[in-house]
Structure formats: structure tokens, C-alpha cells
Design a protein. Structure first.
Length: 532
């Protein structure tokens, strides 16, 4: 049985998917929530939210992600970073998954990745769970209902949590699988209920497609000055560094919180929603995001709540530290109607330094920006990936290596080219530790980070005195209005300055050791940064 409010131009049987039970096409939020409750996939929370648990997997499974190695992509994939799967293994996996799906009910959402009309991707998301369909509808951009009559998917995602891969048969690592076939324009996800895999699969696809069109694909959030889209800013950073929190500034217009492109026209959001971490979320510190946790259709993922009142516990991380809420972009009152901005005047690179060495903000030259973008230094925050229980220092090139199909120099050179063309100012912002490393020091005060960012974005930070950092050579402000001056000199926040020096020397060496892999691909001025 096929059902849904809109008759799609392309049905599943046209895609070779046959023998299913009920197929629900493009249901709206109320229907999806009703279906999810009827199927005992979760519960209704306060304000009409949906309370979901993802079971065993509460974060991404990067070690179970594969790219199919075909002749078409052989020379353009960064194979040192992307695990290959043979075409034959993928075809067998696909056939086995379709056979497994027969007789079951499935939900279909026809959606769009990308707000730029000329550079978007029409995607079809097929899910076993109704709430996953709700998640997809929340996170991606929704075409006008009339447009669905002629909608033809360019890429298809099949998400089937009840399917278990066979490592020996399918050439994978475990029963969990995320397999991307760029030639067949098909992504298969099995044996994980974590909804973030759906979102990131499309992000990885756009990260492959767009650079081929000379468009920079970025793991970043973005905003612009109110009533001035040309005064735009982008915020690079891995999960947990503050992309969502810092871009949702009520004094600016939010373009998006996670994934964007930068074309000749400016920047544009890939998504139609936000996926915010909720651990320790408070109404006082983040009122806009907090308010979404009581709005109709918001998905509350992996949060502990009172069984009777359904009140959420924002401090209980017994399920995971990666608790999240997914909500449509328009739930943020200052969100952009178009999800489009001009060329960024400011580029912020967010890092979570668990060593306690880096200052809260530093001004970067273009060469230094290239160095820190390719380095992608941060700490993996607890819960974001399976097995991460406390911050782990890591280098994730382009601030999102796991999502980058192409070699990092492709993205780095695109970024450098666009910085040169548009004169963007670049800043490194540390939202990690100060006064000591993780376990001794404390997290950088959010008030100070916000104050420094405001000064950078409004231009006033350029008018203060700067000092040269002895470890990394970038410029650090000496004093900024309403910010504790001690924070600006990390060494002074440590009880033992000699211990800070030793820690700094260790971190500088880690940077140098990591950056050696790019020596053959970088210009002399960037190499000079690497050499100090």
C-alpha cells in the first residue's frame, strides 16, 4: 500500500524497491508523530516534542563508514581517510538490505540539501522508523508541496536500523554499516538508530560534489548582522566547540548551525534545521535553543526525563553526554528566512583545547588560517563518537575530517582562494580549558567568549593592542573591554608557569608532527608558519 498527501513523481518501485508493506510518502509532522507513537518508537513530551532514544548507539560510528571504490571516484577520494568498499560488496549489501525490508512499512521524505537554488541536492530519505522520517524532515530543507509532484531524487538514503551487515559477506567491519556509493548515488545505513548518521551522510555527499563546482563545503555555523546579510561570519568547529551556541547570537541573524557552502554568490546553509547538544543547556545561557525543547515537533534525543511529568533533565548524562534536540530553523526567532548570506567578513575557527594552552582568541594571517584549518586541532567531546567518554585531543583537518571525502588540500586551497578574493578576517577562538589542562583547569567562560566574538565581529577588536604569541606566532589582544585580562594570557592563569611552558612545548610539537603530512601540498608561506 502506498500512502501520503502528495503523489510523488518517482515511487519506490521505480527505484527497484518492491515487496514492502505500507509506504508513507512525505507525511507532515503531526502524522509522523502519530505514527511514531503508534509504533512505540518514543513518547510525546511537553509542548508536543517527541522523546526518542537511540538505544545502543548514541553517537556516530565513523569506523563503520565506507565509500565504494569505483573507477569514477578512484582518483578524487582521500583514501587514507575514507575506508573503501568494493562495488560487488556494496551490490550484495544493497540486495540483502532490500530483501530484509520486504513486508515492512517504510517512510519516505523528498527533501533538499542546500539553500542555494543553483547548487542544491534533491535527496530522498527512506526510513524504517517514523521518527527518523520526522528527523529528516526537520533537518533538511522542505520543498513546496506542489514541487513534489515533479520531484526526482538525485541521491537516495536508505536507513534500516533492523538490518545487520555481515562483515565477511559485505566486506565491512561490523554489523553496523554506513556505505556511500557516489556513482550509484545511494547511501545505505544499517544497525544504528542514531539519527545523526542520516544528516552526516548527505553532508559528506555535498562535501564531495560541491568542490567540483569550485564551491567550498564547510563544517561550520554561520550568521550575519541584522538587516545586513553582507556582514556575515562563519564558525568552523567540531561538535562540542560551540558552533551552535555561538552562532545563535540574538544580536545577529542565524543562517545555520552546522553545514554550509561558499559559492561565488556568498554562503548558504545546507539544512533546514538545527541539531543542538543539550547537556547542561539552560534558559539563562541559551534561551533560544532552550525554548525549542518545549516546541511542537522538536525531537528530544537520548535525554533522561521524568516518567510522569516528562520534564527533561539537562544534567543527567547517564544515557550519553551526546544528548541532543533537533528543531526546524524557524524555531529560532532570529533565524534567516532565506538561509543565505554574503561573503563572510569574519571567519572564526573554534577549537576546544583540553591542554589549556591556547588563548581565548587570536588573530590569524591568511597563511596562519590555512595552517590552523588544515590542522583542525580540537578535543573530541564526550559522547560525540562511540567510546569517547572525556575530551580527547585530536587533529581533525578542515574541522571535520570524518566528513571529508576529498583530500584536505582541496578544501584548504578553496578556503584560501576565497579569503584572498573577499578579504575575510580570520580568528582562532578557544572554547576549551584555561588555568590548566582538562581535570585541573576550567572551561573558558562563555561570557568572555561571547564578548570577544562580539568585538571581533563589530570590528572593535582590531583597535586594541596585540602581542605576539611566543608559541604559535599569532596576534593575541592584550586587553579587551569587559573581559578579564588574565584570560588573554593563558600562562598567567596557571598556578605553575613552568608547567604551562612544558604543556605549550608539547602542544607545539604535536602540531608540527601532525602538519608534516601536508608538506608536499602547501605553499612556502604556510610552510613557514609550520616551521615557526
Amino acid at each position: 500500500m502506498n500512502t501520503g498527501r502528495v503523489n510523488p513523481a518517482v515511487r519506490l518501485d521505480d527505484q527497484g524497491i518492491t515487496g514492502l508493506g505500507n509506504v508513507y510518502y512525505n507525511l507532515l509532522e503531526p502524522d509522523l508523530m502519530e505514527q511514531a507513537v503508534l509504533r512505540t518508537e518514543g513518547r510525546i513530551g511537553n509542548g508536543g516534542t517527541f522523546l526518542a532514544s537511540t538505544g545502543q548507539y548514541t553517537g556516530r560510528s565513523p569506523k563503520d563508514k565506507f565509500v565504494v571504490r569505483t573507477a569514477e571516484v578512484e582518483d578524487s577520494i582521500w583514501w587514507e581517510n575514507n575506508q573503501p568498499m568494493s562495488p560487488d560488496a556494496f551490490d550484495l549489501l544493497h540486495a540483502d538490505m532490500l530483501e530484509h525490508m520486504k513486508g515492512g512499512d517504510y517512510f519516505v521524505q523528498d527533501l533538499v540539501g542546500g539553500a542555494d537554488e543553483g547548487n542544491h541536492l534533491d535527496v530522498r530519505i527512506i526510513t524504517e522508523f517514523a521518527w527518523h522520517s520526522l528527523f529528516a524532515r526537520t533537518m533538511f530543507r522542505r520543498p513546496e508541496r506542489a514541487a513534489l509532484d515533479t520531484f526526482g531524487p538525485e541521491f537516495t538514503v536508505i536507513n534500516c536500523p533492523s538490518f545487520r551487515a555481515d562483515p565477511e559477506r559485505h566486506g565491512c567491519r561490523s554489523e553496523t554499516i554506513i556505505a556511500q556509493n557516489l556513482e550509484k548515488k545511494l547511501i545505505l545505513i544499517g544497525n544504528t538508530e542514531y539519527a545523526g548518521e542520516i544528516k552526516k551522510s548527505i553532508f559528506s555527499t555535498l562535501n564531495y560534489i560541491l568542490p567540483g563546482r569550485d564551491i567550498m563545503a564547510m563544517h561550520c555555523s554561520a550568521n550575519h548582522a541584522i538587516d545586513n546579510p553582507d556582514d556575515a561570519a562563519i564558525f568552523f568547529g567540531l561538535s562540542g566547540t560551540g558552533k551552535t551556541t555561538l552562532s545563535a547570537d540574538p544580536a545577529r541573524t542565524l543562517i545555520g548551525d552546522d553545514e554550509h557552502g561558499w559559492s561565488d554568490n556568498g554562503i548558504f546553509n545546507f539544512e533546514g534545521g538545527c541539531y543542538a547538544k543539550t547537556i547542561s543547556l539552560s534558559e539563562e545561557s541559551e534561551p533560544g535553543i532552550y525554548a525549542t525543547t518545549k516546541k511542537f515537533g522538536t525531537i528530544i534525543e537520548n535525554m533522561v526525563y521524568d516518567e510522569e511529568t516528562r520534564e527533561l533533565d539537562f544534567e543527567d548524562d547517564s544515557l550519553t553526554a551526546n544528548m541532543r534536540c533537533a528543531y526546524p530553523l524557524h524555531y529560532i526567532s532570529n533565524a534567516s528566512d532565506t538561509a543565505i548570506g554574503g561573503h563572510p567578513k569574519n571567519i572564526i575557527m573554534l577549537t576546544c583545547d583540553s591542554f589549556g594552552v591556547l588563548p581565548p582568541i587570536a588573530r590569524l594571517t591568511p597563511a596562519q588560517a590555512m595552517y590552523h584549518f588544515l590542522s583542525g586541532f580540537t578535543a573530541k567531546v564526550a559522547g560525540t563518537e562511540r567510546g569517547v567518554t572525556e575530551p580527547e585531543p585530536t587533529f581533525s583537518t578542515c574541522f571535520g575530517a570524518v566528513f571529508m571525502p576529498r583530500r584536505p588540500e582541496v578544501y584548504g586551497n578553496l578556503l584560501r582562494k576565497k579569503i584572498a578574493e573577499h578579504g575575510s578576517a580570520c580568528w582562532l577562538v578557544n572554547t576549551g580549558w584555561t588555568g590548566g589542562a582538562y581535570g585541573t583547569g576550567k572551561r573558558m567562560p562563555i561570557k568572555a567568549t561571547r564578548g570577544l566574538l562580539t568585538a571581533a565581529l563589530d570590528g572593535s577588536l582590531n583597535n586594541v593592542e596585540f602581542r605576539k604569541d611566543p608559541n604559535f606566532g599569532f596576534d593575541v589582544p592584550v586587553a579587551v573591554h569587559d573581559v578579564d585580562n588574565a584570560l588573554l594570557d593563558p600562562r598567567s592563569t596557571w598556578a605553575d608557569p613552568a608547567a604551562y611552558d612544558a604543556q605549550a612545548e608539547k602542544l607545539v610539537q604535536m602540531f608540527a608532527d601532525n602538519f608534516g603530512q601536508y608538506d608536499a601540498y602547501i605553499d612556502e608561506d604556510v610552510k613557514a608558519v609550520a616551521l615557526g
